[in-house]
Design a protein around this ligand. Structure first.
Ligand code: FAD
Ligand code: FES
Length: 398
């Protein structure tokens, strides 16, 4: 069992101000089962030993990062980290994820072709902010489940974006008999639909409370509304026909950038307050993979102008110089001197690399992960942040 970060509290370092955000750590877990969902997707179950139970509690909607050394496209061995949302309601002793093959993708292709029960893999403790603002469940704490409110939730998911939604829908429908849940699920064709049987089961179990609307872009369904690509016009009609937008308490959007943005814009135009809308992106289309920076030496000339970057991590302070003309992110610079600096997507979407700026200033490119109040409190995504002052100090433990 590998614990790459020592001295975390037993609750996994959960941030009391932002439930769901925690300092993360990797442990080696064993694959208990690999189940094929579609020709291009698998569900993977990891066994969580009892002594690590506190580290692997989670809220429905959160994800884990998986870490593995694999060959890159040039044939070099590289350490890859990829994030996968947990697709089951919180269950003691198990973590379930679903991995869809991304054409040309290194990790997802390897997992779909080669991963088998009995394999081991480094799995990060769950984290992420794609969680309900309604009190649905604490970290595996049934006592705190809100069983009274008559809430209406709507999810719009596409492709593998269904994974966190499965966890959320299963949990809220089981926890609260007053909850109504509508799911609009977009795929190319019926054969691509992940969790087809499980979704049908949910419908059978909660016929009056769970409504499922499959939209297929490359297949004709009986209703034209449910066939073809979702564009602005179709979305307007779809939401108008099946969902009473003004009565929805919380929205969950997960899928490709364009679809999530389209739904967010549409809801904003209809006057839905942003605080009712949760969204998660799996990629911005431009991931800036920093793996190559781990342990990489950088030669700095005496005459080079440099930024001085300090970072606190697990109680220890690291220091690194970064050439001004390199325009490095804080994460990239920090990884050169400490390979355990936390990151997963490196694209500004997951939030794993969050740290608080305690000295100096940075500018952040993309942010699809931090809430406005976290930014106000000084948090940044270090994978997206570049120094704008000669000295910068960030705190990953804050
Ligand atoms: C919070 C979060 C949750 C996620 N949850 C899930 C989930 O539940 N299920 C799921 O399946 N995925 C999920 N993802 C996405 C997942 O993390 C991976 O990004 C995905 O599996 C692809 O990884 P890969 O290594 O296979 O692809 P990569 O090797 O990273 O490649 C990604 C894409 O880029 C293309 N590409 C790579 N290199 C180049 C290049 N040089 N030029 C042009 N194109 C290139 C590839 O062809 C491929 O299409 C999630 C992501 C995040 C951030
Ligand atoms: S590593 Fe995912 S947001 Fe920075």
């Amino acid at each position: 069992m590998t614990d790459t970060t020592a001295s975390l509290p037993t609750d996994g370092g959960v941030d009391p101000e932002v439930p769901g955000r925690r300092r993360t750590t990797f442990h080696t877990l064993t694959v208990a089962e690999v189940r094929r969902l579609t020709a291009d997707a698998i569900e993977v179950t990891f066994a969580v030993p009892a002594e690590l139970a506190g580290q692997y509690d989670y809220l429905p909607g959160q994800y884990v990062a998986l870490r593995k050394e694999l060959e890159d496209l040039d044939g070099n061995m590289v350490e890859l980290r990829r994030s996968y949302s947990i697709c089951a309601e919180p269950t003691d002793g198990e973590i379930h994820v679903a991995i869809k093959r991304d054409i040309g993708g290194i990790f997802s292709t390897w997992a779909n072709e080669s991963l088998v029960a009995g394999d081991t893999m480094d799995v990060m403790s769950p984290t992420g902010g794609f969680i309900s603002k309604h009190k649905m469940t604490g970290m595996n704490d049934p006592e705190s489940i809100d069983v009274e409110n008559e809430d209406t939730f709507v999810a719009v998911a596409a492709g593998s974006g269904i994974t966190p939604v499965m966890a959320i829908a299963r949990t809220v429908l089981a926890a609260n008999k007053n909850v109504h849940f509508d799911l609009v699920y977009a795929n190319k064709a019926a054969m691509d639909v992940m969790f087809l049987e499980e979704l049908a089961d949910l419908k059978d179990r909660y016929p009056a409370r769970f409504a499922l609307h499959h939209v297929l872009s490359r297949e004709q369904r009986i209703s034209p509304l449910l066939s073809g690509r979702i564009d602005s016009e179709k979305l307007n009609k779809l939401l108008g026909a099946v969902i009473r937008t003004d009565q929805v308490d919380e929205w969950f959007l997960c899928g490709p950038f364009e679809l999530v943005q389209l739904v967010r814009d549409n809801l904003a135009a209809q006057g839905v307050p942003a605080e009712k809308v949760r969204y998660e992106l799996f990629t911005t289309g431009e991931p800036n993979r920093p793996e190559g920076n781990i342990g990489r030496p950088v030669l700095i000339d005496e005459s080079d102008e440099t930024y001085s970057i300090g970072f606190k991590l697990d109680g220890l302070q690291g220091e690194v110089k970064s050439p001004v003309n390199a325009r490095e992110t804080v994460l990239n610079a920090a990884l050169r001197v400490r390979p355990d600096v936390p990151f997963a997507c490196a694209g500004g979407v997951c939030g794993t690399c969050r740290a608080k700026v305690v000295e100096g200033a940075v500018e952040m490119d993309e942010n699809y992960a931090l809430e406005p109040d976290e930014i106000e409190r000084g948090y940044v995504l270090t994978c997206q942040s570049r120094p704008t002052t000669e000295r910068v100090l960030v705190d990953y433990d804050a």
